[in-house]
Design a protein around this ligand. Structure first.
Ligand SMILES: Nc1ncnc2c1ncn2[C@@H]1O[C@H](COP(=O)(O)OP(=O)(O)OP(=O)(O)O)[C@@H](O)[C@H]1O
Ligand SMILES: [Mg+2]
Length: 265
């Protein structure tokens, strides 16, 4: 699916400080429906801070976060998850002693309607809901090619497989946009290739746009529709992969030169 030009998630002029450190300075990003949007930049550039502002874990001290055009700046992470902002974190977030299937099912609980009583008394609505959840979990397991591993305890799995279960948990929330912080860090080239394929399928088959932080430039160039480059808390470039890779400021940021920075200033 091609990007439609309509923003689903938007950061407007965000400013974020930790003491004297300005993690984000006037950062604006538009994530369009139907797109894979990569955030890149050197260590400490503010990429995770930006994702945390989008998902509500950090609250910027200036600027606004908009979801489907609505200002959600004041909302907390659970509310954003309910609205449809799904996310995966740097590292592993699965429960190691649970199976792949149980981990994915655990992702549904935030979406459960009916509350505690419906769950206790097994009302028709709660039974129907459980059946829906189970069917959806099975669909996610099939989609992520976890059929063989569904009943394996996650703690015994390879890193790449665990990250895949992690992704399944995020998908269980039925997100309208998926935010992923370095999903491929620590993966083998083969695992990276698999995940890249799943990310494109998430965009194309589920129609879910994906925002991700990624350091591997080959992956970024392969899968992104749009790339935003951060350096020292600033956006220094934003555009198609081809546009940003020939941007002198980006070249300077990655190669450590300074002549190109002056050209672009
Ligand atoms: N919770 C925090 N408390 C204090 N400082 C923080 C916090 N989170 C981020 N920072 C600081 O904000 C700046 C941006 O950090 P951030 O983690 O967003 O960078 P990043 O681009 O994700 O880097 P990396 O590629 O290493 O993950 C850094 O100087 C970092 O030390
Ligand atoms: Mg980070």
């Amino acid at each position: 699916m091609a990007a439609t030009g309509k923003p689903i998630l938007e950061a407007r002029a965000l400013g974020l400080k930790f003491g004297a450190v300005e993690a984000l300075k006037d950062v604006s990003v538009r994530v369009e429906a139907g797109s894979v949007h990569a955030l890149i930049g050197p260590n400490g550039a503010g990429k995770s801070s930006l994702l945390n502002c989008l998902s509500g874990f950090y609250h910027p001290w200036t600027g606004a976060v908009l979801f489907e055009g609505r200002d959600i700046s004041a909302t907390q992470p659970p509310e954003r998850a309910r609205l449809g902002i799904g996310r995966t974190f740097q590292g592993i977030q699965t429960y190691p002693s649970m199976t792949a299937r149980e981990n994915i099912l655990s992702g549904f609980h935030i979406r459960m309607r009916g509350g505690v009583f419906a769950g206790l008394f097994r009302t028709p609505a709660s039974v129907r809901q459980e059946e829906e959840m189970t069917a959806r979990a099975e669909a996610i397991i099939d989609f992520l090619e976890l059929e063989q591993d569904r009943h394996r305890v996650v703690g015994d799995m390879s890193y790449g497989l665990r990250k895949r279960v992690d992704l399944g948990r995020a998908l269980a929330l039925d997100p309208k946009v998926l935010v992923m912080d370095e999903p491929m860090a620590g993966m083998s080239p083969e695992e990276k290739g698999d995940l890249a394929r799943f990310i494109l399928d998430i965009r194309d088959h589920f129609g879910i746009p994906v925002v991700l932080v990624e350091h591997d430039m080959d992956v970024v160039m392969d899968i992104s529709d749009r790339v935003t480059v951060l350096e020292f808390g600033h956006v220094i470039a934003d555009g198609s992969p081809a546009e940003v890779t020939r941007d002198p400021r980006v070249i300077a940021a990655y190669l450590g030169g300074d002549a190109a920075t002056e050209d672009a200033a």
